[in-house]
Design a protein around this ligand. Structure first.
Ligand SMILES: Nc1ncnc2c1ncn2[C@@H]1O[C@H](COP(=O)(O)OP(=O)(O)OP(=O)(O)O)[C@@H](O)[C@H]1O
Length: 266
């Protein structure tokens, strides 16, 4: 059986993942860890304002926040207050009109090291609406740079796919299943996995529980709790009850894009 992968992925014409090279017995995922090595970072947002080009009104107004590594930060607040806009600024998709977003790794030999925005992943609200491919494995590897002309890189990618699939509970789903045929909970896991394969250190999630049934909501909330052992998470959500046990720091976004550190109103 073969599974053709997108031309851009560099993995086309490779065999099904189950036929890929055997994974050595001692791999990182045998220890249950998603990534090997440290994923530490520190996120700091200082006096950030944002207004759309050509407009005078600030959507974000003098936002400040900081979040230590391997923790989960939750942003809640009224609809239209600016939460999604802030995530887009943190992801580097929108440039702040004023202020600074800094993502640093504290572990460099020569002190703090500024990390590139490529270290940030974002999962949009209802990400399954934007699936681009016809199979699970294509969705996971879409757009990855050409790696597998080199057999060693193919092998590494194979290990990485298995690590991520284990971490998000996707094992058991056929790699050649159509993403649209999965249940809502599995679609959300796949969308998350597609970001995790890219090895972000900071993962931003917009309403990750929206539209899921109660079981999938609990599963995804627990999954986020597990992920924060290795990466730093910022979640925008109205689903405070499910996420509360795992939240390390929370902020309320008020209309006009004003962010204040706050306890969860529960
Ligand atoms: N590209 C844009 N140009 C102009 N205004 C925008 C743009 N994008 C968003 N807005 C406005 O900015 C404000 C904040 O929107 P945003 O989507 O960030 O809010 P939100 O808190 O995430 O809302 P929701 O909870 O409904 O998703 C809204 O008034 C919205 O209409």
């Amino acid at each position: 059986m073969t599974s053709a992968l997108p031309d851009g992925s560099g993995l086309r014409h490779c065999r099904m993942v189950s036929n890929w090279p055997r994974v050595p017995a001692k791999t990182a995922f045998a220890t249950g860890k998603l990534y090997s090595g440290s994923r530490a970072l520190f996120l700091q947002v200082k006096d950030v304002s944002y207004r759309s080009p050509g407009t005078e009104v600030n959507i974000l107004n003098n936002v400040n926040l900081d979040l230590p590594q391997q923790s989960l930060g939750l942003i809640f607040g009224r609809s239209g207050s600016g939460k999604t806009t802030l995530l887009q600024v943190l992801a580097g998709l929108l440039a702040p009109s004023e202020g600074i977003v800094s993502i640093t790794s504290p572990l460099g030999d020569d002190g703090d090291r500024e990390l590139e925005f490529g270290t940030t992943g974002i999962v949009f609200q209802f990400p399954e609406r934007y699936f681009l491919t016809e199979t699970v494995v294509e969705e996971l590897t879409f757009g990855l740079s050409s790696r597998s002309q080199n057999p060693l890189m193919t092998h590494q990618l194979y290990i990485q796919l298995h690590q991520v699939a284990l971490a998000v509970g996707l094992m058991g789903i056929p790699w050649d299943a159509n993403p649209r045929s999965l249940s809502d909970g599995y679609k959300r896991r796949l969308a998350l996995a597609a970001q995790l394969v890219r090895r972000p250190r900071l993962l931003l999630l917009d309403e990750p529980l929206a539209g899921l049934d109660w079981k999938a909501r609990i599963d995804v909330a627990k999954l986020l709790a597990n992920l924060k052992k290795e990466i730093t998470l910022i979640v925008v959500s109205h689903d405070l009850k499910e996420l509360k046990p795992y939240v390390d720091k929370a902020w309320r976004m008020d209309p006009g894009g004003v962010l204040t550190e706050a306890s969860l109103p529960l």
